[in-house]
Design a protein around this ligand. Sequence first.
Ligand code: ARG
Length: 573
Amino acid sequence: MDIKKKLSEIIALHTESSGFDAGFISNLISVPPDEKLGDFALPCFRLAQKTNPKLVAEDLREKILADSENAGFFSEIRVVGAYLNFFLNRGEISREVVSEVLEKREKYGRSGEGRGKTVIVEFSSPNIAKPFHIGHLCSTAIGSSLSRIYDFLGYDVVKINHIGDWGTQFGKLISAYKRWGDRDAIAADPINELLKIYVKFHAEAKEHPELEDEARHYFKLLEDGDPEVTALWRFFVDASLNEFNRMYRLLDISFDSFAGESFYSDKMPEVVDILEKEGLLEESDGAKVVRFDDPNMPPCIILKSDGSTIYATRDIAAALYRKRHYDFYKNIYVVGTPQTLHFKQVFSVLAKMGYTWSSDCVHVGFGYVRFPDRALSTRNGDVVLLEDVLKESIAKTREIIIANGTADQIDDLDKACEIIGVGAVLFEFLKNGRERDIIFDFAKMLDFDGESGPYVQYTYARGRSVLRRAAEAGITFGDADLNLLCEDNEYAVVKVLEKLYGTVRDAAAKNEPYIVTRYIIELAKAFNKFYNSTNILRSEPDVRAARLALTDACTTCLKETLHLIGVGVVEKM
Ligand code: ARG
């Protein structure tokens, strides 16, 4: 149930004739800072037009209360100055909300607003033959969560990994391989070995510039489809993807398409053609570029002076392909803010080409990862690998659980540590607005009492343990009288449960998974307050049943919202 929506509709019945519909009312309604002022408040200034807002408030109150349909919904409506303060009937709200959660279970909060619309979420998109470092987790975690959020809202979601598998650097890699490559060593440890020969290439090319020509030659062969060179390139790509897939498995992330840059290599002549025909291409130092009217926007290079295409050309081809192939409603790129200008250029070129859908392309940026206690890259150029971070988190989780003395109660300790350790990292990455930098701190991430993944997972496990004990004692609550959930701490949980609809909608509208993470923290806190303030199992039987139902609703909602940010749960910890 969406209470704010329902309230807006009730009010709008009496304001629509003056031109204020439910949407308008909904935007005016706020939640008072103090519970004593009611569940919701409506300022009547803007509804008053030329009359006195207090009179408008009084008149609205009369009309709403006179409608017998609303009898059970409100316990009180107060006029305070020019405001209407609404006190809802707690028992009624609790019954509606909790019964809806228990009926819909993990589908609670889902909606069909996206039905029939396709949203593309492009994320992760690492470069072949380069290490998968901790910075890549931003795009990976945010994109995966957004894809789950849009799916929750009923959109058809297409998850694309636009891997960096094309460009002149592959000419260099092939040249390096031909000179110093060791196939078995690469197969065994692809990223490190490829990186090693790539670095060596750069060092040697300083002394022997002719190596650069050789690399260009190999890239040309690759572009022309030379079988031997193509087979080598395939080998590099597959070996790298094998490594990346290990990360994706650990993170429980999948993709619908790995169509990366190489996929568009044969689709670029068309882009150049269209630009040519539309008269948008201009010469600039031998290169061909598209210029913009905005003097602050540097031109977008389409063809380099040697006639080869670049990153931006491939992105234009990719957008065209995606529109034709998926007919997207939204095409989202989860890529760091350093590429903001790049996407502005790409989207502007598409607009100049006359594609009105260019405004449906969205760049979702994010900040940097920083370590308070170590550098992101070490002296010899090594980066902090994602895999190392996840392994460290899993190992530290195990230490904490052993120190807490609960290890023997957990059925599969390895699996539990993996879910908690990986979840802790994901949770931390999705806890704040995405454009803020992430300060990486294991102690905070794994603090079972802080605003962390483990804290929420622990809250879930606590709730599940109460439900298990009730089941063992033969206590059922299927027919609980949910109207009894009226105490402050119970009603507070109900109100958070109720907010799920609006929360997910808001997260999608802003492309901000942290809005869901904050909700999860709020729900866990409300549940813990309720849990700590009462002995659920020792309550009177009818109260006990209602409280068990609330516990069931709450754990169900925690599990499904954690899923929205890619974090799993454990039954015991
Ligand atoms: N591979 C690129 C990088 O690591 C990110 C790709 C972003 N996506 C895109 N369509 N350009 O920087």
